[in-house]
Design a protein around this ligand. Structure first.
Ligand code: 3HC
Length: 343
């Protein structure tokens, strides 16, 4: 069901290193100069801005990643939005509403950043609604009880921050700038989730069991969220060469595990991995095998909630048609009025 509408065509002619996707061949002297200037800017760790020349493959890679990221933010509103009407107190409800609204904002910054690359919001949303575009695997799992909402904040948003802080240094200016605010807000999301769980862990035995159960169900999905192992990640080498990605999937996953182990200890939960242990030689935690078959099944449209999530987004788009039409009609009227006044 999921293909990648914005994927960059593979080629061999221009590939300078194994595993890198093709950069279109410079066709003439002017293009060669532009390519050289672009490469020099990337090598100097500089920023690329929307109106500047960039290789088509760089543009497409950014559209692919940024639009997928935007879709993830928007689809990511659904598992938690499900709990707004059932939050256990007014305080928790207001926090959750604020968080879900933040995610909508993140989606909008990211769609705007992608639009600076020459794609339209309609094109991106069409790719999402028709199942051509990917969004994060993690949002295809259900939030079964209130502890899940806390765990999504602690672990899912925690994983998101780990992945997204390096994106503040992405070579493409609009994406990097959007990520600064996104990361600040994600940090609040992570803390509110952790705090909600701390409260539950001081509660009844039943509440503690709910937290442990939610951790058991989400832990491995969060590790998979960082993407396939580096050796199986087709986009990583080129993404890192271009300064879009700064840290590899495996390195980010490792950082996440190492940061989360002490947090789990403070919380009083067990991470569900018998192989998880400190490795003195590596100065990092070893951890067990991720189920990549399950990950790919979910990415390919066959996770527990894929159909429900996509159905909800398509319904929201269709139900909102009258708002878009009314806004357009209003804008046209305003424009006509202004033209009349100016005449
Ligand atoms: N879910 C779905 N697809 C995934 C995935 C995941 N967790 N991880 C990787 N993939 C896909 C990639 O998109 C790629 O498919 P494509 O070539 O058809 O586009 C394929 O698997 C191979 O993966 P690669 O490692 O080669 O791909 P990338 O180099 O693009 O790395 C990434 C994947 C690490 C997700 C990177 O794109 C990235 O950092 N993206 C920006 C951050 C982002 O999108 N995060 C999603 C979560 S957002 C979020 O959680 C919001 C929140 O509020 C909590």
């Amino acid at each position: 069901m999921y293909t990648q509408s914005f994927s960059v065509p593979d080629g061999t002619e221009d590939v300078k290193s194994v595993g890198l996707k093709a950069i279109p061949k410079a066709l003439n002297a002017q293009d060669a100069d532009l390519q050289a200037a672009f490469d020099a800017r990337i090598d100097a760790d500089g920023r690329i801005e929307p109106r500047e020349w960039m290789p088509e493959a760089y543009r497409k890679t950014l559209v692919r990643q940024i639009s997928q990221h935007a879709h993830s933010e928007i689809v990511g509103m659904l598992p938690e939005g499900n709990w707004v009407s059932r939050a256990p107190s007014l305080k928790r409800k207001t926090i959750l509403i604020a968080k879900v609204q933040d995610e909508a904002g993140h989606g909008l910054y990211l769609y705007s950043a992608a639009e600076t690359l020459g794609t339209s919001r309609d094109q991106m949303l069409d790719a999402l609604h028709t199942g051509k575009a990917k969004y994060s695997s993690i949002f295809n799992y259900p939030t079964l009880n209130w502890a899940d909402v806390g765990v999504v904040g602690w672990l899912v948003d925690g994983a998101a921050i780990m992945n997204q802080v390096p994106l503040c240094r992405c070579s493409y200016g609009p994406y990097a700038r959007a990520m600064v605010r996104v990361c600040k807000e994600e940090s609040f999301h992570q803390r509110q989730g952790y705090e909600a769980l701390l409260v539950m862990m001081q509660g009844t035995a039943e509440q503690k069991a709910m937290v442990q159960d939610a951790v058991n169900r989400w832990w491995w999905k969060c590790l998979a969220m960082f993407g396939p192992p580096d050796a199986d990640s087709p986009n990583s080498a080129q993404g890192m060469r271009w300064g879009i990605k700064r840290i590899s999937n495996d390195d980010l996953r490792q950082k996440f595990v190492d940061a989360t182990v002490p947090q789990a200890k403070v919380l009083g939960v067990t991470l569900p991995d018998p192989d998880l242990k400190w490795n003195e030689a590596r100065q990092a935690h070893d951890y067990g095998q991720i189920d990549w078959d399950e990950f790919w099944a979910t990415v390919n449209g066959n996770g527990p909630c894929n159909k429900e999530r996509l159905g909800a987004r398509v319904k929201a788009w269709n139900d909102g048609a009258w708002v878009r039409e009314a806004a357009l009609a209003h804008a046209q009227k305003q424009q006509q009025r202004q033209m009349k006044e100016a005449a």
